[in-house]
Design a protein around this ligand. Structure first.
Ligand SMILES: Cc1cc2nc3c(=O)[nH]c(=O)nc-3n(C[C@H](O)[C@H](O)[C@H](O)COP(=O)(O)O)c2cc1C
Length: 196
């Protein structure tokens, strides 16, 4: 695959097989994230890699409970509203049952915290595509990154007191024929370019 085709064919996967991700592949995805650029070469992105199904279930339940308690103001971000409504209905699993969730955290008082995590997440998504793995950016733990119960659960997993979550990655084999992610590029109707 040439580089541009590889970038264009990265798509979000939202249905996963239970098949575990091989350690070798997982290590490569994490390395891709760790080698992302960071503001001032800060390198404070913290990768918390969760593979334990019980831990994933617990986080999913805590997130569902937190969303279910939220009010829905009219100007609420559309995706957040969907999470809230799905949680109120019950059975909401924010990581789509992916066998791996890589949480990216960073220093809460660092100005580039979210963008550094975003660079790491994009690197990991591209690496996953190169390894025939599906992946999807997961924002839910960021929306809940001041929720005391979620924070307490993440602290047990290694989040430090001065860190917060700025994004996560669901990772695994796509639940599709052949296990390969859907690689059909989404047409671009936005993202204008101005040449000068
Ligand atoms: C900042 C950001 C946050 C996102 N959050 C979520 C999310 O919480 N859940 C989800 O299913 N997809 C999430 N996505 C994936 C987008 O919905 C997806 O990239 C977009 O619809 C384009 O589809 P594609 O990734 O297949 O090209 C997020 C993407 C970005 C860049």
């Amino acid at each position: 695959m040439d580089y541009l085709e590889w970038i264009k064919s990265r798509r979000s996967t939202r249905k996963y097989q239970t098949r575990p991700v091989e350690d070798e592949k997982l290590t490569q995805v994490i390395e891709a994230g760790r080698y992302a650029p960071s503001g001032g070469n800060n390198q404070t992105t913290h990768f918390i890699v969760i593979r334990n199904p019980e831990v994933l279930d617990r986080l999913a339940k805590l997130a569902e409970q937190a969303f279910a308690k939220m009010e829905e103001p009219p100007d609420m971000y559309r995706s957040l509203r969907s999470a809230v409504q799905a949680s109120k209905r019950g059975g909401y699993v924010f990581h789509y049952h992916a066998p791996v969730l890589i949480v990216t955290a960073n220093q809460k008082n660092y100005g580039n915290n979210m963008v550094d995590c975003a660079c790491a997440l994009e690197n990991m998504m591209l690496m996953a595509n190169g390894l025939d793995l599906g992946s999807c950016w997961i924002n839910q733990l960021r929306w809940l990154n001041e929720d005391p119960e979620i924070l307490a659960a993440l602290r047990v997993l290694g989040l430090t007191e001065d860190e917060r979550v700025y994004g996560s990655l669901a990772l695994g084999y796509a639940d599709r024929e052949g296990g390969l992610p859907d690689r059909r590029p989404l047409p671009r109707t936005g993202n204008p370019v101005t040449y000068v």
